[in-house]
Design a protein around this ligand. Structure first.
Ligand code: NAD
Ligand code: MG
Length: 396
């Protein structure tokens, strides 16, 4: 029996993870579930999966959860705050931690899981984008296992030779081809993008996901973050990574070898596939996913992304090139801009200019401690709010 802790259990990835885990009761036991403020949803999950621990990041929500669980799951202990999140990931009874909190809030508990030497199933790409160097160093020091959940990175992992950590050149890999659907606005006339609503931005054509990553997919910042994520995970440079628009989302990414071979991983766009893969690796388990019907798919298309339509993708490549704190700033400014867009305070087309201005205002440095990463993140958020208030806030 493997003990599982799910950070962000109430989110899109968290719910899919519980779905896969519940299909294999002889193999997995839910040890801890966590969420931010969704008390009712976490309470239902606790009543069903009976974890030893439940953590709410928000202390008031933790009090409300404890009141409910006294009746419905009296054996589940309730903890609160970041301290509670960092405590449960390190429990002796936890073998694998699903890191599925959205955004920078996931960094501290994911690093705690790395320090505790656990198997980390990484969905929270923002943690790696913010602090790749530190994060990978923690993994190496503790001997923790890092397995990618992001569908593209999981696909690349499946197409890589087992010893890829020796360096891509050494194992004969020339290029990583990262596929992207292009999101809901791939074909929209650029002049219409100014007025799109949060609901339109969150209506992804192929994937059902949380709101923040849905907006990131619409701006293609998601792909930019994924380029940086891939460079850290596969110990390579952004120069070896090419983004390929593939509207059907059937090929989840490809690896091109020196001999001309190109390996692709295909499947239905259902996150339960990468989740099951990483949970059971190196074995395979059923994920509840319908078989891929190639006759129904019929054709696969590929295009080059248009960086004028998707300036966020250009900004991410630029930040990857600069290195150091640039991707920490990129990520923080993006989180603030997306939050303002989702709350109706800025236009969709203001997201990229806000990030670009913030990148120009925060000096680049090398970040060698977690404290420095958090300071840079906070500084970039302040700058983003300032830039928005000065130039981009909608007048209502
Ligand atoms: P979501 O918004 O559906 O869920 C987020 C989860 O994080 C919720 O459980 C929420 O309670 C928790 N959370 C939010 N803020 C928190 C805080 N401050 N402290 C503690 N917990 C907090 O998001 P999602 O779509 O499940 O995405 C989660 C992560 O996985 C993101 O980093 C995303 O980029 C990545 N990812 C998601 C998908 C997908 O298909 N949804 C695919 C690839 C990668
Ligand atoms: Mg992805």
């Amino acid at each position: 029996m493997k003990g599982i802790c799910i950070l962000g259990a109430t989110g899109s990835i968290g719910v899919s993870t519980l779905d896969v885990v519940a299909r294999h009761p002889a193999r997995y036991r839910v040890v801890a579930l966590t969420a931010n403020r969704q008390v009712e949803r976490l309470a239902e999950q606790c009543a069903r999966h009976r974890p030893d621990y439940a953590v709410m990041a928000d202390p008031d929500a933790a009090t409300r959860l404890a009141d409910i669980l006294r009746e419905t799951a009296p054996d589940t202990r309730v903890l609160a705050g970041v301290e509670g999140l960092c405590e449960v990931v390190a429990l002796d009874t936890v073998d694998a931690v699903m890191a599925a909190i959205v955004g920078a809030a996931g960094l501290a508990p994911t690093i705690a899981a790395a320090r505790a030497g656990k198997r980390i199933l990484l969905a929270n790409k923002e943690a790696l984008v913010m602090s790749g160097k530190l994060f990978m160093a923690e993994i190496r020091t503790s001997g923790a296992e890092l397995l990618p959940i992001d569908s593209e990175h999981n696909a690349i992992f499946q197409c890589m030779p087992a010893d890829f950590q020796r360096g891509l050149e050494a194992v004969g890999v020339e290029q990583i081809l990262l596929t992207a659907s292009g999101g809901p606005f791939r074909d929209m006339p650029v002049e219409r993008m100014q007025g799109v609503t949060p609901e339109e931005a969150c209506a992804h054509p192929n994937w059902s996901m949380g709101r923040k990553i849905s907006v990131d997919s619409a701006t293609m910042m998601n792909k930019g973050l994924e380029v940086i994520e891939a460079a850290w995970l596969f110990n390579t440079s952004h120069e070896r990574i090419e983004v390929v628009l593939h509207p059907q989302s059937i090929i989840h990414s490809l690896v091109r070898y020196i001999d001309g071979s190109v390996l692709a991983q295909m499947g239905r766009p259902d996150m339960r596939t990468p989740i099951a893969h990483a949970l059971a690796w190196p074995e395979r388990i059923a994920a509840g996913v319908e078989p891929l019907d190639l006759f129904a798919v019929a054709r696969l298309d590929f295009e080059k992304p248009d960086l004028a339509r998707f300036p966020c993708l250009r900004l991410a490549f630029e930040a990857a090139k600069v290195g150091g704190s640039a991707s920490t700033v990129l990520n923080a400014a993006n989180e603030v801009a997306v939050d303002y867009f989702l709350n109706g305070h800025i236009a969709f087309t203001s997201i990229a200019p806000v990030i670009e201005e913030v990148l120009g205002r925060v000096a680049v440095s090398e970040l060698t401690t977690l404290e420095q990463v958090m300071e840079t993140d906070a500084r970039a958020r302040d700058e983003a709010r300032h830039v928005i208030d000065r130039c981009y806030r909608k007048v209502v």
